[in-house]
Design a protein around this ligand. Structure first.
Ligand SMILES: [Zn+2]
Length: 154
């Protein structure tokens, strides 16, 4: 799940206007990250659908509100935003409000771990996908999900 500020916040699909060569403010960067994160989820859903995988959108009834679920296989999929979840490739430490962002990141990471543990206890398998994997090599991501999906045959 992309890291919205609260569990109940609606998904933002803000369209970005060209910004020329001006540096983006932090809040503009945040908006971009969010918007791309949501786009990554949509891209992944389309690719999975094209691959013949039938899923449901995540439900709040499950810990962490997974982005995509395969209910009968008990597989929960999360698309993690590179900034919000501290991707090892793309996370860059903000210069301003460093403490604030660090603690937010730490909170998010802990939440991810807790959610994974809770889902495992409930008998679910968890697949976490970085946003950049969706943009970079979606075929690999689909293959990974397909493999888990096939591996879950009863
Ligand atoms: Zn990344």
């Amino acid at each position: 799940m992309s890291m919205r500020t609260s569990r109940t916040a609606p998904k933002r699909r803000r369209r970005l206007k060209p910004h020329g060569h001006r540096l983006l403010t932090k809040s503009e960067q945040m908006a971009r990250v969010r918007s791309r994160d949501t786009d990554a989820e949509v891209l992944l859903r389309r690719a999975l659908w094209r691959a013949g995988l039938r899923f449901r959108l995540g439900t709040r009834a499950l810990p962490g509100s997974p982005d995509i679920i395969f209910k009968s296989k008990r597989i929960a999929v999360f698309v993690n935003g590179c900034f919000w979840h501290g991707c090892p490739v793309h996370y860059t430490e903000p210069k301003a409000n460093r403490e604030f962002w660090l603690s937010k990141l730490e909170t998010n990471r802990r939440r991810d771990q807790r959610v994974d543990g809770e889902l495992l206890k409930l008998g679910w398998r968890v697949i976490r996908i970085w946003e950049h994997e969706v943009y970079g090599n979606i075929a690999d991501v689909v293959a990974r999900v397909q493999k888990e999906h096939g591996a879950g045959l009863l």
